[in-house]
Design a protein around this ligand. Structure first.
Ligand code: ACO
Length: 402
């Protein structure tokens, strides 16, 4: 790739590829996707195996360090992440500054970015050990901030982490416990969250990860880079889709309405799109959606919500779309976000927290990519070119002559 780019440079040629449809921006050994076959692997391990057998922190270790941890390594890693879950007390004041109905993603962008003011050693990005500590801090503190953003939005006091709990159980407790009522998460909730977090942990050079890499390529503070990633994730074409799917299902409202909305989705004059359908890379069933669909059944059964009308609606919509020429020709299949919102909802997680949940899990991917990039001696600042299409040279006229 290096040779091709220098050849292009010498010849004064560069490629025009809006949306980066066919441009690789880096080498990476973290995640492998085959979009035609519907294959996803983290560090070589099939997502289906990790999702059913591993814990989220085990997967986090794998993404960060390249190998599955041995028992003492995992114990150490869990201990380190646990030690970093607390926030500086002064950070609590930041939450108070947000309006009570601020979207939790807005709070997350702001507060994670503000961590850069607490950990601002500018030399740290050039030191491997410092980079590792930043990565640990982010994995540990983002859930605490995410849960605090939710507590702020409902006017309840922020709950401190409880470090004797596992990662997902601790997060659920920070969301749902109050100083008056402690909360023990049910095992099914913890298991479902563990699985959703694993499925969302990384997905190679998606918009938010590329944003983190681009921001980081200038040597910027990692907390600020991850805040940039969170901002990119928020959009409905990316991580915001899980919230948009639920909005869409509620808007459709009834199985009888599905066909009408399908026609809207196909109409090019109508901005309506089938949210949770389609993917830039997968031209086959998203393997994560396959796993989530299965788990959705189990979770709804366990929380005695088997006849959940939204799930029925989603399955009907999928059935019709998979047999519709428009969707078949364009290879549009359900993506990871199509069913995740239904599970979150069954677990009692409010809609405006869905994308925040995604951000908590994806933090692991972001920091893994940032670490990989920063330790690459060939790393250089990301700087795309453009095709200039503005006016030719013209002369400045004094304002009275324009
Ligand atoms: N509903 C209806 N039509 C669609 C949809 C959809 N969800 N997705 C794509 N199409 C159509 C497009 O209109 C286009 O049709 P055309 O060729 O007749 O013009 C064709 O399929 C190709 O779509 P593009 O928008 O060119 O595909 P792109 O790769 O740029 O976009 C994206 C991918 C953003 C995911 C898109 O499919 C979409 O908007 N989906 C809905 C939002 C969503 O679910 N996002 C989550 C993605 S997964 C994630 O980020 C975790």
């Amino acid at each position: 790739a290096a040779d091709i780019s220098s050849l292009y440079k010498e010849a004064g040629i560069f490629t025009y590829d809006p949306g980066f449809m066919s441009t690789a921006s880096c080498n990476s050994a973290i995640t492998y996707i085959d979009g035609e076959q519907g294959i996803l692997r983290y560090r070589g391990y099939p997502i289906e195996q990790l999702a059913t057998k591993a814990s989220f922190l085990e997967v986090a270790y794998l993404l960060l360090y390249g190998e599955l941890p041995k028992e003492p390594e995992l114990d150490d890693f869990e201990g380190v992440i646990t030690r970093h879950t607390m926030l500086n007390e002064n950070l609590k004041d930041f939450f108070q500054g947000f309006h009570h109905d601020a979207h939790p993603m807005a709070i997350l962008v702001g507060v994670v970015g503000s961590l850069s003011a607490f950990y601002h050693d500018s030399l740290s990005v050039h030191d491997e050990r410092h980079r590792e500590i930043s990565a640990h801090r982010l994995i540990a503190k983002v859930p605490t901030i995410a849960a605090a953003a939710y507590k702020h939005s409902i006017g309840e006091p922020i709950m401190y982490p409880r470090n004797d709990l596992r990662y997902c159980a601790n997060f659920l407790r920070m969301m749902f416990a109050t100083p008056c009522d402690d909360y023990e998460p049910e095992l099914i909730a913890e298991k479902a969250l563990n699985l959703l977090f694993i499925l969302h942990a990384d997905h190679e050079q998606n918009a938010s990860t590329s944003t983190v890499r681009l921001a980081g390529s200038s040597g910027a503070n990692p907390f600020a880079c991850v805040a940039a990633g969170i901002a990119s994730l928020w959009g409905p074409a990316h991580g915001g889709a899980n919230e948009a799917v639920l909005d869409m299902l509620l808007e459709i409202g009834d199985v009888k309405e599905v066909r009408r909305f399908m026609e809207k989705a196909k109409d090019k004059d109508d901005p309506f799109r089938l949210m949770g359908f389609g993917h830039r890379v997968y031209k086959n069933y998203d393997p994560r959606a396959k796993i989530i669909r299965e788990v959705c059944h189990q979770v709804l059964e366990e929380v005695a919500d088997v006849n959940n009308p939204l799930f029925e609606l989603a399955m009907e919509l999928e059935e019709i779309a998979l047999n519709d020429d428009y969707f078949v020709e364009r290879k549009l299949y359900p993506n990871v976000d199509f069913y995740s919102g239904i599970i979150y909802r069954a677990l009692g997680i409010p809609r405006n927290m869905f994308t925040v949940m995604f951000a908590v899990a994806r933090t692991v991917g972001w920091v893994s990519h940032w670490m990989e990039m920063m330790s690459d001696p060939g790393n250089r600042i990301g700087r795309p070119r453009q095709i200039y299409c503005g006016p030719d040279q013209r002369d400045y006229l004094p304002i009275s002559q324009r």
